[in-house]
Design a protein around this ligand. Structure first.
Ligand code: SAH
Length: 335
């Protein structure tokens, strides 16, 4: 039997009925799992002692915090231990008004991008629906504060695990109460999956990791781009915008001397012409086994200015949590 976390009210009600319990127990179970953060059925004191004893072994499906580190900017990185002993990373990013959770969608990642610590570490398995939902509940409990935003930007490629990611997204929206408009899914691009996503008519923001303005450079940085060329990816993105009427964001990691020259900015701008979009530049965060460099702020500003001059909306994301190895690209299930 799958863990109870990740089930909606109807499914939980069905389960309690099958246990010979009255339907309202489903509502109670739902509240204890999603609002009170119950980790085992034996904690649910509104249930009779006798029934609790009977179902004490049924898993709710929560992870445990294996390690927690706080960066000087208050970003918290969690290493979470799953039921099978696998470790994943989740990041909680607080500001005065927001609490954002950066969730993982896989244990490791098979995309093997050359500048990303997760990609360097290889791939183990997809996360189940409850393992994705759990990350958000864990951060919410630890901060003792409601999570307001979710970014699917942790370990893994979410569009290689679409069924579980979309299942979790629905639970996080309907059962945990986080608005779809406050959720962003980031992908490096998997053929046809962006269009599949469009068919779900979600209100989430889609972010596409582009990182290069041409195919030759892109496939050096992102090995899987060989099988899914930039032209095809951009065509799929255009179709996504047409189908959904939603804007999408392009992410672009700035690697000094590699993709951050004025000619790259100009080429990027001409590629994106006519696209209702926004470019999010991410200055490279150093990782152990890659020898890229972060460009200095003069270079970053020059890239920004070049895009602006071509009327491309652009912002720079200075990732938080750098000192705790919690920043974009640094997640690899280690302290
Ligand atoms: N697989 C998805 C989700 C991961 S999101 C994707 O690639 O979009 C993580 C974001 O951080 C991506 O935009 C990724 O390209 C970026 N990133 C990876 N390594 C990085 C690094 N070393 N420095 C800065 N950003 C990095």
């Amino acid at each position: 039997m799958p863990p109870l976390l990740g089930a909606n009210l109807a499914e939980l009600t069905q389960w309690v009925l099958a246990q010979g319990q009255p339907a309202y127990r489903g509502q109670q179970l739902h509240q204890w799992i999603y609002e009170k953060g119950a980790r085992s059925l034996s904690e649910i004191t509104v249930f009779s002692k006798q029934w609790r004893d009977q179902v004490a072994d049924v898993p709710i499906g929560r992870s445990t915090i294996h390690h927690r580190s706080v960066a000087p900017d208050d970003t918290v990185k969690y290493l979470l231990r799953l039921a099978d002993g696998q470790i994943i990373e989740t990041v909680g990013i607080p500001t005065e008004k927001r609490l954002t959770v950066c969730v993982s969608s896989q244990v490791g990642c098979p995309m093997a991008c050359d500048f990303c610590a997760t990609g360097k570490g290889g791939f183990t398995r997809n996360l189940a629906r409850h393992e994705i939902v759990d990350q958000v509940l864990t951060v919410q409990e630890d901060f003792k504060r409601r999570v307001s935003h979710i970014v699917f930007m942790g370990m893994g490629e979410p569009l290689l695990n679409t069924v579980n990611v979309l299942g979790a997204l629905e639970i996080l929206n309907k059962d945990v109460g986080i608005g779809q408009r406050s959720m962003t899914l980031s992908t490096v691009g998997v053929r046809d999956r962006i269009l599949d996503l469009a068919k779900h008519h979600l209100q989430i923001t889609l972010a596409v990791s582009l990182h290069a303005p041409n195919q030759a450079l892109r496939e050096k940085l992102i090995p899987t781009a060989q099988r899914y060329p930039l032209e095809d990816l951009l065509a799929e993105c255009r179709e996504y915008v047409q189908l959904t009427g939603r804007r999408l964001t392009f992410e672009y990691v700035l690697l000094a001397g590699v993709n951050d020259l004025p000619q790259h900015a100009n080429e990027l701008a001409s590629r994106l012409r006519g696209f209702q979009t926004h470019v999010n530049l991410i200055p490279y965060n150093p990782i152990h086994d890659a020898d890229y460099q972060r460009p200095d702020s003069g270079r970053i500003q020059a890239f920004v200015a070049a895009l602006k001059k071509q009327h491309i909306a652009v912002s720079v994301r200075y990732s938080r949590g750098l000192e705790a190895n919690a920043a974009c690209g640094q997640l690899r299930a280690s302290k």
